[in-house]
Design a protein around this ligand. Structure first.
Ligand SMILES: Nc1nc2c(ncn2[C@@H]2O[C@H](COP(=O)(O)OP(=O)(O)OP(=O)(O)O)[C@@H](O)[C@H]2O)c(=O)[nH]1
Length: 324
């Protein structure tokens, strides 16, 4: 059976960056395939991972825990048959419900196809409180079902690191929480460790029901209010993808992104894209409060924004407007 590692984390937490790190440390010289699931239409993450010469299968414009479940299952089966990899790394979108994805993996484990080896969640210490408060349903689920939790942006926090670590341990006492820089974490920590008992509970649920594992789309009881509607990612978040073919300078790209972020309705939680400046590719990452634009040896023509309450037409217009 092929080992499967799920790398989750909220929008922009650092999942792709972690995979790049693991490829050179924990999985050095291993035959790997990454299944990548962008929430937006653009296969931007797949482009970024191809820089590392990784075999990448991209499932875009939906979530593998809901609309793309069938595609994910087929992709996994095809990968196992065609590539015969040592391990498969699954990077779901930042707004995945990790427990739902685990259920799908357990179903494949039951069929003897894979072994769900490790669920790893990346948490950006800078946005922990805000995302927990505003998007707790997705954010807390990603923490509760993780075997291993890694903190990102540790270099920007002092006290913050300890306080986030304590809060995470309260939410998931069984998980191993690593606050160290990823390069200094031993390979064995990424690859081996006990399975979280919350995952065993999902297995038990499936066994007791004696039915194929199914994702509930009905109403879930809430401790406080009686019943609430269970939200799927599409109910809460939306994405806008812009195709941009003309060469653009780093400066002009930066101005456009900040113009969109400043004037767009709703809240932009993530922006990313690969474009060309005429000579080479430019990769950008936007997260609330930070924008990075870097040259890269990949060329693309897509820009993607993800957030809540976004007006697609307005974002297209804002991005195309000339800024000074
Ligand atoms: N300074 C710093 N930057 C980081 C760290 N982790 C990730 N980044 C940066 O944060 C941005 C987003 O990182 P990604 O790895 O693309 O995040 P992601 O979780 O894959 O993003 P989505 O798939 O879009 O949800 C990139 O610019 C990374 O270089 C970190 O620990 N420190």
């Amino acid at each position: 059976m092929t080992d499967v590692y799920v790398i989750s984390g909220f929008l922009g937490a650092g999942k792709t960056t972690l995979i790049k790190t693991m490829v050179h440390s924990a999985f050095k010289n291993k035959k790997l395939v990454v299944i990548e699931n962008d929430f937006g239409e653009a296969g931007i993450d797949a482009g970024l991972l191809k820089e590392c010469n990784l075999a990448v299968t991209s499932l875009s414009d939906g979530c593998i825990c809901c609309s793309l479940t069938g595609d994910f299952e087929k992709a996994m089966e095809r990968i196992l048959k065609d590539y015969i990899p040592d391990a498969v790394l699954v990077e779901p979108s930042g707004v995945v419900r990790l427990s739902d994805l685990i259920k799908i993996c357990l179903k494949q484990e039951d069929r003897g196809l894979i072994h769900l080896k490790r669920t790893i969640t990346v948490v950006d210490i800078r946005s922990f409180d805000k995302y927990r408060k505003n998007y707790g349903g997705f954010f807390e689920d990603q923490i509760a079902y993780a075997d291993l939790i890694l903190l990102s942006h540790q270099e920007e926090g002092g006290q913050e690191i300890q306080s986030v670590k304590i809060k995470i341990q309260e939410m998931n006492p069984e998980a191993r929480v690593e606050a160290d820089f990823w390069e200094s974490i031993p390979a064995s920590v990424f690859r081996y460790g006990p399975r979280n008992s919350n995952i065993f509970k999902l297995e038990m649920e499936a066994a007791v029901s004696m039915k194929p594992v199914r994702i509930r789309s009905c109403r879930e009881p809430s401790r406080r209010t009686g019943f609430i509607r269970r939200h799927f990612a599409r109910d809460v978040f939306s994405s806008v993808t812009i195709e941009w073919k003309e060469p653009i300078t780093e400066e002009r790209l930066g101005k456009k992104i900040l113009h969109v972020v400043k004037h767009a309705e709703g809240e932009i939680l993530r922006g990313k894209g690969i474009v060309a400046d005429g000579r080479r590719g430019l990769v950008f990452h936007y997260l609330p409060g930070s924008l990075s634009i870097e040259p890269a040896n990949i060329v693309g023509n897509q820009v993607c924004f993800i957030g809540t309450g976004l007006d697609e037409q307005q974002i297209h217009t804002l991005f195309r407007e000339e800024t000074t």
